[in-house]
Design a protein around this ligand. Structure first.
Ligand SMILES: [Zn+2]
Length: 420
């Protein structure tokens, strides 16, 4: 008898869809196969796809509060406006914004997300209460100030210390970017990360401005700079990687670092189109992220898969749609060293049950249907760490209506909006 049995779904197992049953015990998948199994809890997945959980490899969850703010600006100008607003966010605002993000993500099948932001205790609390899994790090920036670098590192490490050992949480060191952090500070972060075995996450090569600035200041590309100070290894996740040269890609590949590709954000802030096909060709582990809701404006990996695939088509690089599904699921788990993202015995039970769309028929090939014509609203149930956290599209562990009301009240107090 399993704790949970998922029955009769079309399960994605090693790149193929098979009509299987899945048994879950504790927080792991313990059976995948055709046997007629029984669970204390039985989930009928007839007429559904069963997929590994989706992994949002780069976001700033509480930016849901800034969704729709500062529209129509390129990254640099946009960021200045955003920073001004973020300085006014307090712990409670970040908690509510992050919680809202967790619901949005769960509802479209995201079981884990990587976040770098401020007031991280608030985000960890939102993770704890919603049942989602997360990889969390305080977003550090020393801006060339040695004293500030020490303080930033202290905040980042205190946060890790306070929350380590909590369920469904892993921790990262997350300096913002090479243009907000000095090379000395980045080198120190790399040293500490190596010593403690922590994964590093940074925005890199997001805009042409950033690459030009790096060349002007350091005579190197952002990737060459990070490499020169020992920042790149298989415990590094680079967000964006839009403006990578051939050499940059070779370095990333050699070092075994991952790239969190965020196509909607790159389009929205006019940053550019990442060379996903070339990165995959070079063996780079590319995963998929939404970035914050202020530069997307959704937290939905179905739309990211679709846009990413369409952009590569536009570049006349036609990839197998299965690549995008991997980028949205297993590649994220791999990048952050978490034992999930696949329907396989022994893997973490982070799973998504989604209805096969009745509208978007016919179903020639499930992967094509999921990548190109699914919106995320087909997601019915979500299991994280062996627990059902979304059932029949409703979160289990908190009252959604109450949360929406709290967010509405917060925003109506003119926290962020200019009064009109
Ligand atoms: Zn970002």
């Amino acid at each position: 008898m399993f704790e949970i049995a998922i029955k009769n779904g079309l399960c994605l197992v090693k790149d193929r869809f098979l009509r299987f049953n899945i048994g879950i015990e504790g927080n792991k998948i313990t059976y995948v196969g055709k046997e007629d199994i029984r669970g204390e809890e039985n989930i009928n997945a007839t007429g559904c796809f069963v997929l590994p959980g989706f992994f949002n490899a780069h976001t700033h969850s509480a930016m849901t509060l800034l969704r729709g703010y500062a529209e129509g600006l390129p990254l640099k100008e946009w960021l200045e406006k955003i920073w001004e607003k973020e300085a006014k966010l307090d712990e409670r605002a970040v908690y509510l914004g992050a919680k809202l993000a967790c619901v949005e993500m769960l509802k479209s099948g995201i079981t884990c997300f990587a976040d770098m932001y401020i007031h991280m205790d608030s985000i960890a609390k939102a993770v704890e209460e919603t049942g989602i899994r997360a990889v969390l790090g305080y977003g550090m920036a020393d801006r060339g100030d040695e004293k500030r670098a020490k303080e930033e590192m202290r905040i980042a490490m205190d946060f890790i210390k306070n929350w380590s050992g909590k369920k469904r949480m892993e921790f990262i060191l997350a300096p913002h970017a090479i243009y907000t952090c000095s090379p000395e500070f980045l080198a120190e972060i790399a040293r500490i990360a190596k010593e403690k075995g922590i994964i590093k996450h940074i925005h890199a090569s997001e805009t042409l401005w950033e690459v030009r600035e790096a060349k002007k200041r350091y005579g190197m590309s952002p990737i060459e700079l990070l490499n020169s100070i020992g920042f790149l290894d298989n415990k590094t996740v680079l967000a964006h990687g839009v403006w990578l040269s051939e050499r940059d890609m070779e370095i990333i590949s050699e070092k075994g670092a991952s790239v969190a590709h965020c196509p909607s954000s790159n389009l929205k802030l006019s940053s550019g189109i990442a060379k996903v096909a070339e990165m995959l060709e070079k063996g780079i582990n590319v995963c998929l992220g939404t970035d914050g809701a202020a530069s997307n404006n959704l937290l939905n990996l179905f739309t990211e898969m679709r846009i990413s695939a369409l952009l590569q088509n536009l570049r006349r690089k036609f990839l197998n749609p299965a690549e995008f599904l991997r980028m949205a699921t297993s590649n994220g788990y791999l990048a952050y060293g978490i034992n999930g993202g696949m329907i396989e015995k022994g893997k973490l039970a982070d799973l998504v049950i989604m209805e096969v769309s009745h509208i978007h028929q016919p179903l020639y090939e499930p992967v094509n249907s999921i990548v190109f014509s699914s919106l995320g609203s087909e997601v019915r149930d979500v299991i994280v760490d062996g627990r059902v956290v979304l059932e029949d599209r409703e979160p289990i562990y908190f009252e959604l209506e109450e949360l929406i009301e709290e967010v509405r009240l917060l925003l109506s107090f003119d926290y962020y909006y200019e009064k009109v």
